[in-house]
Design a protein around this ligand. Structure first.
Ligand SMILES: *Cc1c(COP(=O)(O)O)cnc(C)c1O
Length: 464
């Protein structure tokens, strides 16, 4: 399997190379050259498989010759053994039509664990073959940082520098990052910065000659293809439990960087019957405007009760535009240059029609979010988190034939956002036991002024 860049200029890579590369050298994102296909018989034969085995079946065509089927099975077994539920991603029924797919049973309580536990093992596997070290630099509004740190803590040839905007992540999120004491973990709190400021610094690091001349810089956010690949699996898992491939399903996905919902698009491309993918946004609704009116224009970020979705520029949307817009890298590179200059662009007709074949969208404000949270608790006895509530709001509003199950992806455990949950429902969700003594462990992080130079120099001085 070969991977190509959405901007058409970077060399094509194999799976091992694409996993270590992150962003393509032309500024684009990597995608498989063509989509692997499963026939209905092949999908039917996956029914009843344990999750790690299903994961290996779904991922194998993407991995190509880079891992043998046996080795891939060993890695998926290991990646999912720390999940607190045997099913890894269990389904919960809310009413006749509505279901919730719980993706938060991993070590750090958000769906990011499903992909990052696997990605950490892939880094280790491929680096041990090629030799050398990987220096990961990332920015987080909370969930990616904790999941990535958990996944790579203690690895020999990977180190991680994780930037978070000081004072703008929740206590649980910060402690999940800063109480992990391993020599390869470096937490940086950036003062007077938003998540967007921290993210902009990371992008500069990737292009800074003084850094990349000395260090191989890797990515753990969803620009990394391997993360999306691991997320395709749970669309299959949900479908197989609800009658697939002989019955269509709709999915409602709380969306920020468009990674999770793009994995649903990949599942559909591979032959999984999907009726509709609902892109659920909060008031930071650039994707809703893009999908409903073709207007992809970034505004200012408004903080909400669902901080992991407070994003204005969704990196992975570029992958969709490429895939449904004719796979023309040169044209897309031109279009993205226009977006970088103006922070706005119009989708082409081909892009709009291609997206509309599978995607719809909806937007929830803070009132809608609290109302959906209350509905789940009072009508169904389920506590959900604010991100999931945005997805559920969209699912309840969608016009979908009553015979089609609608699955909302539950992206975080309610205890990770317990203040917002308590405010809406009056019930304060307890932290699960696997979090341990999070609030009595010692924290370790440096605070740096919000200048790029301060952050870069800290990385240069401390990277191995
Ligand atoms: C990251 C995250 C999202 C958004 O996922 P994308 O793949 O960026 O669209 C939604 N909910 C939670 C809880 C998250 O951590």
């Amino acid at each position: 399997m070969k991977y190509v860049s959405t901007r058409g200029q970077a060399p094509s890579l194999d799976f091992a190379e694409v996993t270590l590369a992150g962003l393509a050298s032309d500024g684009g994102l990597y995608l498989p050259q063509e989509w692997p296909q499963f026939s209905p018989e092949e999908i039917r034969a996956m029914r009843g498989l344990p999750y790690p085995e299903l994961a290996a079946r779904v991922m194998q065509p993407f991995v190509g010759d880079c891992l043998t089927p046996d080795r891939l099975r060993e890695l998926t077994e290991k990646a999912y053994e720390r999940f607190a539920h045997k099913a890894v991603t269990p389904l919960v029924q809310l009413n006749e039509q509505q279901w919730v797919l719980e993706l938060f049973h991993g070590p750090t309580l958000a769906f990011k664990d499903v992909a990052l536990q696997m990605l950490g093992l892939l880094f280790e596997e491929f680096l041990s073959r090629s030799g050398g070290n990987l220096t990961i630099v990332g920015a987080t509004s909370g969930d990616t940082g904790s999941a990535a740190i958990d996944a790579v803590a203690g690895l020999d040839n990977v180190e991680i520098f994780m930037l978070h905007p000081k004072g703008r992540v929740s206590d649980v999120q910060r402690r999940q990052m800063t109480t992990v004491r391993a020599p390869n973990i470096h937490n940086i709190a950036v003062e007077d910065a938003s998540f967007d400021d921290a993210q902009a610094m990371v992008k500069r690091i990737f292009a800074d000659e003084t850094v990349i001349a000395k260090h191989r810089i890797g990515a753990v956010n969803s620009i990394n293809w391997a993360r999306l690949m691991a997320q395709v699996v749970y669309y299959f898992a949900a479908s197989l439990q609800l009658g697939g491939p002989d019955r269509k399903l709709a999915f409602s996905v709380p969306t920020g960087n468009f990674g999770d919902v793009f994995a649903g698009h990949v599942a559909a491309r591979m032959g999984l019957p999907i009726e509709q993918l609902i892109v659920a946004t909060n008031v930071n609704d650039i994707l809703h405007r893009a999908l409903s009116a073709g207007d992809y224009s970034a505004g200012k970020v408004t903080p909400t009760a669902a901080p992991s979705m407070d994003i204005q520029v969704s990196s992975n949307f570029e992958r969709l535009l490429f895939d449904v817009g004719g796979r023309d890298g040169a044209a897309l590179a031109e279009q993205m240059r226009g977006f970088d200059a103006n922070k706005a662009m119009q989708l082409t007709n081909a892009q709009r029609e291609g997206a509309a074949a599978l995607f719809t969208s909806a937007r929830a404000d803070e009132h809608d979010t609290a109302q959906a949270l209350r509905w789940a608790y009072e009508q169904c006895g389920e506590l959900i988190d604010p991100h999931t509530a945005i997805g559920l709001h969209a699912a309840l509003q969608a016009e979908i034939d009553p015979s089609v199950p609608v699955v909302t992806l539950a992206t975080a455990h309610p205890s990770k956002f317990r203040d917002a949950v308590e405010q809406a429902t009056g019930c304060r969700p307890a932290l699960p036991a696997r979090i341990g003594d999070l609030f009595s462990r010692e924290e370790s992080y440096v605070s740096l002024s919000g200048t790029y130079e301060a952050v870069r120099d800290h990385i240069l001085e401390n990277a191995a």
